[in-house]
Design a protein around this ligand. Structure first.
Ligand SMILES: Nc1nc2c(ncn2[C@@H]2O[C@H](COP(=O)(O)OP(=O)(O)OP(=O)(O)O)[C@@H](O)[C@H]2O)c(=O)[nH]1
Ligand SMILES: [Mg+2]
Length: 209
């Protein structure tokens, strides 16, 4: 890239920005466990979250500011105060919690109606897949009515925040989408974007709406 083009690109895109990611879902779904598995690669002992936790997570060449919101009933109305400028929402679902699937669905539908989340992508994490009675992603997809979502780019990913399985794939799906928001520098051609997560998108699993 020439010096002038480089300077112009740097002016237009002053450094990599952080992408904002929200972890939402009912209490006990595994949001805090997911946050620290993403950040530290290990399981931490959790307490029900009051308010929120926030940590910085790197995935490939991208930096995410990850907000973990308390999921208890009394805290769900405050989720909306975190929505502005969100790039991706992770809806964490306890795949063994059959009794509260319709409640999880109602909460998901409510948040997707928010104007502040209009441009965000949705990743549903079908968590606790390490447990024998966990529902699979296809069953969860039906129960949550995901195929009816036309307003947001969405994907469902089977995972276990306890073992870490599936989280890298989920981050890959999100990184491939939010990373597209920034154009490649002049002179780098199409390869500039291909390196930003194209392969990760192919590695994702589950249905894409
Ligand atoms: N077996 C298993 N247990 C998990 C998994 N993820 C979380 N848990 C457990 O589920 C319980 C709740 O996890 P948290 O991460 O605290 O849940 P949360 O969604 O943050 O809950 P709130 O803060 O109340 O909204 C804890 O005992 C975790 O160890 C998982 O993938 N597998
Ligand atoms: Mg929590």
């Amino acid at each position: 890239m020439g010096v002038a083009a480089s300077a112009l690109w740097g002016w237009l895109w002053p450094g990599d920005r952080e992408y904002k990611l929200l972890l939402v879902g009912l209490d006990n779904a595994g949001k805090t466990t997911t946050l620290y598995q993403l950040q530290l690669g290990e399981v931490v002992r959790t307490q029900p979250t009051v308010g929120s936790n926030v940590e910085t997570v790197r995935h490939r060449n991208l930096t995410f500011e990850v907000w973990d919101l308390g999921g208890q009933a009394a805290m769900r109305p405050s989720w909306a105060t975190y929505f502005k400028a969100t790039d991706a929402v992770f809806l964490v679902v306890d795949s063994t919690d059959r009794g509260r699937l319709q409640l999880a669905r109602a909460e998901a539908e409510r948040l997707l109606r928010s104007d502040d989340l209009r441009g965000a992508v949705l990743l549903v994490l079908a968590n606790k897949q390490d447990l024998a009675d966990a529902m699979g992603p296809a069953e969860l997809c039906d129960a949550l009515g995901l195929h009816a979502i036309k307003s947001h780019d969405w994907h469902i990913q089977a995972c276990s925040a306890k073992t870490g399985a599936g989280l890298n794939e989920g981050m890959g799906w999100v990184a491939a989408r939010v990373g597209k928001q920034k154009p490649p520098p002049p002179g780098t051609g199409p390869a500039g974007t291909a390196g930003r997560g194209g392969a990760a998108a192919a590695a994702g699993s589950g249905a894409v709406g």
